[in-house]
Design a binder for this molecule. Structure first.
Ligand SMILES: *Cc1c(COP(=O)(O)O)cnc(C)c1O
Length: 454
C-alpha cells in the first residue's frame, strides 16, 4: 500500500466521484483536496496542510469541526437509537427539539414538519401552501402560482429551483419548472451610488425600496388571487452573492401579500441560527411567516436535517377524517433522523449556555473593523456585513477572478470559495479574532496586485 497522500486519493476520487456544483473538467488543472480530519476552524489534508474553513463548509458549521459537545451528544444518541421512521413513531430527541424550537419562535409558529435537507424543506412549504388553499377553499381552478424575489435562491430540486432566480442554476431547466412570478428585490448598493453603505441599518431609507413595492403591488393586483405563497430569504440573499436588502421592504411586502390571502414562506435555511445577527432573521423583520424553513446550521454542520415550522391554523386545515383527502402525505426515508436531532439539541444547548447571540454581536463588529481595511484596495467594492456574514465584490471584468482568488487562498491556508466575483467570509462562530485577522491579511496579499489574479 502506498502512503495515503492528496495525490493518490485525488486519482481514486476522480475515478468514481462526480462532485456537486462542479464542472469536472476544471479539475484537469487543479486538484480536489481530500480532507483527513478537522478540528475547530481548521481542516487538515493528507499532505498535512491546514486550511481555515472561512465559509463554514457551505454555511452549515456553527461551532467548529469535531466540537466536543456535539460529538458527545451524537455518540450518546448512537448507543440508544440511530433512526426510526417518523410515521406512527417518535423519539425523544425530536420531541425535545420541536418543543425547544417552538419556544424560541413567535408563539403562532407551533408545528414542526421535518425533512432531511434544505431543498426538501422548500418543497414541503410549497406543497403545503398549495394544499392549504385547496383544503380551505373550493375555488376553481385552485391557486397554483408562487411568487418569489428576483436574485433568489431556494435550492436545486425542481420545485425549489422554480422559485429561485439564479440563471446559472436555473436557465437550462426552465422548460420543466413550476409556474413562478418574480418581483424585484431592492438593490440598495446599486442605488446608493458612491454613498458608503456597510450594514443593514444604513439600508432602511424608503427611497431604496419604494419602486420595488410598487412593482409588487401591480403583480398582486393582477395575480394576487392565483398565488399560493410568497417565498423570501429574509435580510440576506446568500447564494445571490450575499445581497443584503432592507428589512422595512420585507415587512411591507409581506403585508401587501397578506391582503390577497397569499401565504408567507421565510427561507431561513442560510440565515437562521444566528447568522443574520439574531437567532432568526424574522425577529429583525417584525414578520411572523406562515412557514419558516430551517436547515444548514440546525445540526451544527454534522448531519442532514431540515424542518418547516408552521402555525396551528395551517395544521388545522389538514386535520380532518382520512377520507376527506386532506392529509399531507409527504415523507422522506430519513425524516427527523434521531442522530441529527441529537446534534440539533446540542447546538441549542451551546446557544443557550454560552450566550452565543450576544457574543457574536461583539465578534461581528470586531471582525468587521478589520474587514473594512480591505476597502483600501482598488479592486474591492460594495464592502458589507450583516451578523456573521462579511462580503465584498471584486471590481474586475475578468470572468472568473473569484476562481483565481479561491486557488490563491488555498495556497495560503484558507478555504474561501467565492460566489462568482463576490468574496465572502462566513466563519464558524468559534473563530477567534486573531484567526479572522489572519484571513484579512491573506486577502490583502492576494488582492493587492490585481494583475496577479490570473
Ligand atoms: C442552501 C440553501 C437551500 C437549499 O438547501 P440544501 O440543503 O442545499 O438543499 C435553500 N435555501 C437557501 C437560502 C439556502 O442557502
Amino acid at each position: 500500500m502506498p502512503k495515503l497522500s492528496n495525490d493518490n486519493l485525488f486519482a481514486r476520487d476522480l475515478a468514481h466521484i462526480w462532485h456537486p456544483c462542479t464542472q469536472m473538467k476544471d479539475h484537469e488543472d487543479f486538484p480536489i483536496i481530500p480532507i483527513k480530519s478537522a478540528k475547530g476552524v481548521y481542516l487538515y489534508d493528507f499532505d498535512d496542510n491546514a486550511y481555515i474553513d472561512c465559509i463554514s463548509s457551505w454555511w452549515v458549521n456553527l461551532f467548529g469541526h469535531c466540537n466536543p459537545t456535539i460529538n458527545a451528544a451524537i455518540t450518546s444518541q448512537l448507543n440508544e437509537l440511530e433512526h426510526i421512521l417518523l410515521a406512527g413513531f417518535s423519539h425523544k430527541p425530536i420531541i425535545d427539539l420541536s418543543q425547544r424550537l417552538c419556544a424560541l419562535l413567535p408563539s403562532t409558529l407551533s408545528k414542526c414538519f421535518y425533512a432531511d435537507n434544505g431543498s426538501s424543506a422548500i418543497e414541503v412549504a410549497l406543497k403545503m401552501s398549495f394544499h392549504y388553499h385547496r383544503n380551505i377553499s373550493s375555488a376553481k381552478p385552485p391557486r397554483s402560482k408562487f411568487l418569489a424575489l428576483s436574485n433568489a435562491y431556494h435550492g436545486e430540486t425542481i420545485g425549489a429551483l422554480s422559485v429561485g432566480d439564479l440563471g446559472l442554476y436555473k436557465q437550462i431547466y426552465e422548460p420543466i419548472l413550476l409556474s413562478c412570478l418574480s418581483t424585484p428585490v431592492p438593490n440598495v448598493f446599486a442605488k446608493a451610488k458612491g454613498a458608503s453603505i456597510h450594514a443593514p441599518a444604513e439600508l432602511e431609507d424608503e427611497s431604496y425600496y419604494e419602486q420595488e413595492l410598487c412593482a409588487l403591488e401591480s403583480i398582486l393586483a393582477r395575480y394576487g388571487e392565483e398565488i399560493c405563497a410568497f417565498i423570501i430569504e429574509p435580510i440576506i440573499q446568500c447564494a445571490g452573492t450575499m445581497h443584503i436588502y432592507p428589512k422595512a421592504f420585507i415587512k411591507k411586502a409581506c403585508e401587501l401579500c397578506r391582503n390577497f390571502g397569499v401565504l408567507i414562506i421565510f427561507d431561513e435555511i442560510a440565515v437562521g441560527f444566528g447568522r443574520s445577527g439574531s437567532m432568526f432573521a424574522l425577529e429583525q423583520c417584525g414578520v411572523v411567516p406562515d412557514f419558516l424553513c430551517l436547515s444548514k446550521g440546525i445540526s451544527g454542520g454534522y448531519l442532514p436535517l431540515s424542518v418547516v415550522v408552521t402555525s396551528d391554523e395551517i395544521y388545522q386545515a389538514f386535520y380532518a377524517p382520512y377520507e376527506s383527502n386532506k392529509a399531507f402525505l409527504h415523507s422522506h426515508s430519513y425524516t427527523g433522523n434521531a442522530l441529527a436531532c441529537a446534534a440539533a439539541n446540542a447546538v441549542l444547548d451551546i446557544f443557550a449556555t454560552q450566550n452565543i447571540i450576544e457574543k457574536n454581536r461583539a465578534l461581528s463588529l470586531a471582525i468587521f473593523a478589520k474587514w473594512q481595511e480591505l476597502e483600501e484596495l482598488a479592486i474591492v467594492k460594495n464592502l458589507r456585513h450583516c451578523g456573521m456574514v462579511f462580503a465584498f465584490d471584486l471590481d474586475s471584468s475578468r470572468v472568473r477572478a473569484g476562481l483565481a482568488v479561491f486557488k490563491q487562498a488555498l495556497q495560503r491556508g484558507l478555504l474561501l470559495r467565492p460566489l462568482g466575483n463576490t468574496i465572502y467570509f462566513m466563519p464558524p462562530y468559534i473563530i477567534t479574532i486573531e484567526q479572522a485577522h489572519f484571513v484579512v491579511q491573506m486577502l490583502k496579499e492576494i488582492l493587492h496586485d490585481p494583475n496577479k489574479l490570473a
